[in-house]
Design a protein around this ligand. Sequence first.
Ligand SMILES: *[C@@H]1O[C@H](CO)[C@@H](O)[C@H](O)[C@H]1NC(C)=O
Length: 358
Amino acid sequence: MKFATCAAALASLSLFASTLAAPVAASPEKPQQTKEEVEAERQKALARQRNKYFHEPGGGHQLGHYDARFFHGIVSDQERHETQLTMIRAYLDYFRENDLDTWLAHGTLLGWWWNGKRLPWDWDMDTQVSGATLHHLGQAHNQTRTKYLSTDGQREREFLLDVNPWIWERERGDGANIIDARWIDTSNGLFIDITGLSETHPDTNPGVWVCKNYHRYATSDLYPMRETLFEGAIAKVPYAYDKILVQEYKEKALVVTDFEGHAWNMNQKEWIKTQAQIDKEAKEAKEQAAREAAEEEKKKKDTEMKRQAAEIKKLEDEEKRQLSQKKYDDAQEKKRQEAEAKRNQAEEEEEEVQQEEE
Ligand SMILES: *[C@@H]1O[C@H](CO)[C@@H](O)[C@H](O)[C@H]1NC(C)=O
């Protein structure tokens, strides 16, 4: 098993070759790091990448939310919205139909708390399962692909359930494999992160469930689960959802009604994008368009310059060709004249000989 898991992790390594090449900078707090320390850190980062099962096309706010294998570019807000809606419904239906225990977690749970929907600014979607369910997923559901009609009825989407081979290791380790499984939209790479909760120390810490990212939950906070609706599909949330949310996000997450460029509208029970945010996005889009236009212009100029250079080269080549043709013609002419001179001389000599004979 151990070998097989390593092989799988290695197989996906090539996806990250570019990241590996990036040098590991010494952290600014430790300016007097020795060469050996820097190298040791680099080796650690390399090992971490080697062990990592799921890969993203990049880090950060946007690229970190795509699975590298299915990424073809950042999608529009509209496409993300549509993907996430269909994705979570397909997920919840699949898990319910297959009797797999799962519930909403983190930002997805917070979105549910407000209005039974995802937070419109959230790129993440998170669910949790028990360790037992996770192992069952790995054995019986890994790599299943589920087709699901998108919520706008426009197209069929396909979702891949991919289970991390490191699920058998329940400690955090180097942190490269804290996500246990993913439910991935195979058309664009967006996904739901699935993490398992395990009782890692049932002897010393019974009834305490942890994920690999050190979130901990008491059995009585999780169970019995409450059945509810999320984005129109039947879903489950932990029994003490409010306690869990306050622990993770503090009271303010349940109170503050201005967040990430959205304001809570009490009557509509919706997060509405603020005018300031709309203006900001419009400005960013304009700047982006200007950047692209400038790039296009530069490309055009480069192409034109290349074309002119090619034209000049063609003229020069033609000139060279004519010059060498002329040299050749001149040489031929010279040879012809010499031959003629020789012939004339021979004729003259012939004539002289004849005259002498007469
Ligand atoms: C799930 O399937 C992938 C692809 O075959 C494999 O690499 C991975 O190890 C599997 N996960 C588990 C838990 O067996």
